[in-house]
Design a protein around this ligand. Structure first.
Ligand code: SF4
Ligand code: SF4
Length: 129
């Protein structure tokens, strides 16, 4: 099960240290919500996503997401944003106090490859091939 999301009670100094130590993990991936697959064609779409390197699919709170491990092109070698004043809305609205990057679990179910997904379907009694 996913852990409950808690607001962090951290000072500005704590937050600065946390982000410095972390190495800007939040600038090195992105995730997008996708429709829950419920037919053979949609299972095939998930299998296709999972054929790609650095691409995972996860379920959290019954919602499905595509997770792409892909660094932002505007992050420099010191893990600093080179377009900070013009960074996109998602970056501007990201609250460090909500950061779950060091949480053990950010998902209920994670598929790292097609085998993981096929095992999940088998466990649910879904036979599609
Ligand atoms: S917000 Fe979280 S993931 Fe992003 S740099 Fe700070 S600690 Fe790392
Ligand atoms: S635009 Fe800047 S803050 Fe946003 S992901 Fe890229 S490096 Fe990070």
């Amino acid at each position: 099960m996913a852990q409950k999301k808690k607001k962090r009670k951290l000072s500005v100094e704590d937050l600065t240290e946390m982000c410095t130590m972390c190495g800007a993990k939040c600038c090195k991936y992105f995730s997008l919500e996708i429709d829950e697959p419920d037919c053979k064609d949609e299972y095939e779409d998930v299998r296709w996503y999972l054929c790609h390197e650095k691409t995972w699919v996860f379920i959290d709170d019954e919602k499905w997401y595509l997770y792409l491990i892909n660094k932002c092109r505007y992050l420099d070698e010191n893990n600093l944003c080179t377009i900070y004043d013009k960074r996109p809305r998602i970056c501007r609205e990201h609250n460090q106090r909500d950061c779950e990057i060091d949480s053990d679990v950010f998902y209920d179910v994670l598929f790292k490859n097609i085998n993981d997904f096929e095992k999940y379907l088998e466990m649910k009694g879904e036979k599609y091939w």
